[in-house]
Design a protein around this ligand. Structure first.
Ligand SMILES: *Cc1c(COP(=O)(O)O)cnc(C)c1O
Length: 331
């Protein structure tokens, strides 16, 4: 890993080559209901149809492919609420590399099962991502394993950037793109790739109002910790890291703004995705749609909404479709 250089468009092209054969090029569809609402074509990037159910496979494959011989032998470790762990497990197993994933007790059961099915060892540790991280640090120190973080890493960001390349190639007419934001690896990579191709595009980030660490950090001008609370957008939980090196600077420089949506907005968007678009998406993936539907953002011209993942507990999903909001996420 190059510790100082921010990823560039050339790194995204190199990542795309490494991803071939493991990562799927996901389809886009036009949403007639959202197009009517916005008054311009709205395209949905169906990344929840990605292998492992989320875009995180892109960064994970790129990062594992970049390891040297010694690093591959020792294996990789990560801390993850689920989608990064699942993606890393799949990437490592596709490339014959050992993988251990540490998760906090907040991680949903379906996501833990998903990681195990991909062939990694799962260790549950602590009540937050930061606590689970201490276990990872021990494995790095004691067993020489390589830690691959979910977002703040040049190869991960470049891998996520391939999603942006695919989107702008499929729809060069786009003027705005809405991207879910947690640690910012997705939006940093997507913004980098798309803006280097089309500089006049607006990239807008969307987070849940409950615990939006990137939003708070942008306002403060430095990494800020926020209280972790359960949310329908569980894949957007966690901080951006006290020693954030890449994503805060990239998001500050590339992303027009980050808007926030409520739990009720997210629930309405998951329902809309299912009933109007026939798509099963997780809460964290529905925030872009939530922002449009709730009027938290006004966009002009052709717009893309990134649906970043589909790993939602199906009991929760069915409740949301019936119009129920779980008591733990009332605003
Ligand atoms: C991880 C994740 C995000 C946020 O990605 P960051 O790179 O952390 O900003 C969004 N949606 C889904 C489904 C995710 O798994």
């Amino acid at each position: 890993m190059n510790a100082t250089r921010l990823p560039e468009l050339i790194d995204v092209f190199a990542a795309r080559k490494r991803l071939r054969g493991i990562v799927r090029e996901t389809p886009m569809m036009t949403s007639s209901s959202l197009s009517r609402l916005v008054g311009a074509p709205v395209r949905l990037k169906l990344e929840h149809h990605q292998v492992t159910g989320s875009f995180k496979l892109r960064g994970a494959v790129n990062a594992v492919a970049r390891l040297d011989e010694t690093e591959r032998k020792r294996g990789v470790v990560a801390v993850s609420t689920g989608n990064h762990g699942r993606a890393l497990a799949h990437a490592a197993s596709a490339m014959g590399v050992r993988c251990i994933v540490a998760v906090s007790r907040l991680a949903p059961e379906n996501k833990i099962a998903g990681i195990r099915e991909e062939g990694a060892e799962v260790r549950v540790h602590g009540d937050s991502q930061d606590e689970a991280q201490t276990l990872v640090e021990r494995l790095v120190a004691e067993e020489g394993m390589v830690m691959l973080p979910p977002f703040d890493h040049a190869d991960i960001i470049a891998g996520q950037g391939t999603l942006g390349l695919e989107t702008i190639e499929a729809a060069p007419e786009l003027e705005t793109v809405l991207v879910p934001v947690s640690g910012g690896g997705l939006v940093a990579g997507v913004a980098l790739a798309m803006l280097r191709v089309k500089p006049e595009l607006s990239v807008i980030g969307v987070s849940m109002a409950r615990g939006a660490a990137m939003h708070a950090s942008l306002a403060a001008g430095r990494p800020v910790a926020v209280e972790e609370k359960p949310s329908l957008a569980d894949s957007l939980g966690g901080g951006i890291g006290e020693d954030n090196r890449y994503t805060l600077a990239m998001v500050r420089d590339l992303v027009e703004r980050v808007v926030l949506v409520s739990e009720a907005d997210i629930a309405a968007a998951v329902r809309h995705a299912y009933l109007e678009e026939r798509q099963i998406v997780e809460g964290g993936a529905a925030v872009g749609m939530a922002a449009l539907l709730a009027g938290k953002v006004t966009v002009e011209g052709p717009t893309a909404v990134i649906l970043s993942g589909g790993n939602i507990d199906m009991n929760l999903h069915q409740g949301l479709i019936r119009g129920e909001l779980p008591s733990w996420c009332e605003d």
